[in-house]
Design a protein around this ligand. Sequence first.
Ligand code: SAH
Length: 348
Amino acid sequence: MDRIDLKCLTALELSDELATLGEPKFRAKQIYEWMHQKLVVSPDEMTNVSKNLREKLKENYAFTALEQVAKLVSKDGETEKYLFRLSDDNVIESVLMRYHHGNSVCISSQVGCRMGCSFCASTIGGLVRNLSAAEMLEQVYSIQRSSGERVSNVVVMGTGEPLDNFDQLVKFVRMLTDEQGLHISQRNVTVSTCGLVPKMRELADLDLAITPALSLHAPNDELRKKIMPVANAYSIEELMSACDYYYEKTGRRMTFEYSLMEGVNDSVECARELCRILKGKNCHVNLIPVNPVKERDYRRTVVTNVLRFQKELEKGNINATIRKEMGTDIDAACGQLRRTYMQAKEQS
Ligand code: SAH
């Protein structure tokens, strides 16, 4: 049987688990803080825990740690891209972005992805497996350790569909924002989904104050089906009603992501249609000139047309910003570093 991973246990679960070893509650609290506040990589570092107990922990439990395979820093120093190896040899990527308001880390939620979006590099090899809550946490912890700087924002926008790994995602959010852990504000945690409607509703029913983002990328079903297979399962009408439900339940403003692809979804007509479907919503649109992926032939919309699109949204009273590009010189975009690494490995 697989050993229980100590880093995957919430404070309460850890307390219950250690009680089976006859350990008191305060000891569980100390150990939890070693892992989730002091970010130690091994029980050996827990200096106020007896050697005897440390040995027991090492013998009987798993303790997730990521091995840093590569760290690439962009020329301007604002972006750092990390490649981590998991205990089963899979690799995942995460990104640190330094903004004036603080450090933001973009994490992966799965190894690969099965959603099949046609413009995305992360899904090309399909889904390998879900990440555990500890493996998601460790991406943030490892980057905080490696950079020596506090992480204040986390975006779940790396490889994978977070709502396709729902239980571990929710656990991750709870532990990341726990006051016994890094205590990042829930408002500073963004979870992006391609639109798994039932899971969006389930998420709305939980008591979380996270910021939701929906990858829309098209203003009608016909076009969306061409670029996102998930659109065959859920219509835009169903999506919009799930967004309304989310807003009613949580009061959190929704961000709609819209990757602009030349000649595909960047016309003035598309912008007008987008205004019609978002009309009256308390929302924000993030326009992202698509990052060209070499296996696909999408081209990014030229700047003048990005601005034209934005203007059209503003005319319709829809608030829209153009995403600042970071780290393109280090393959930071959307699963490309992991792919480059795996291809190099295959060829060697
Ligand atoms: N599966 C989730 C989160 C991961 S993708 C989701 O779909 O939201 C994070 C964001 O990057 C999504 O909006 C996704 O559509 C977008 N994206 C993926 N590939 C891209 C590319 N090549 N260029 C621009 N945006 C891309």
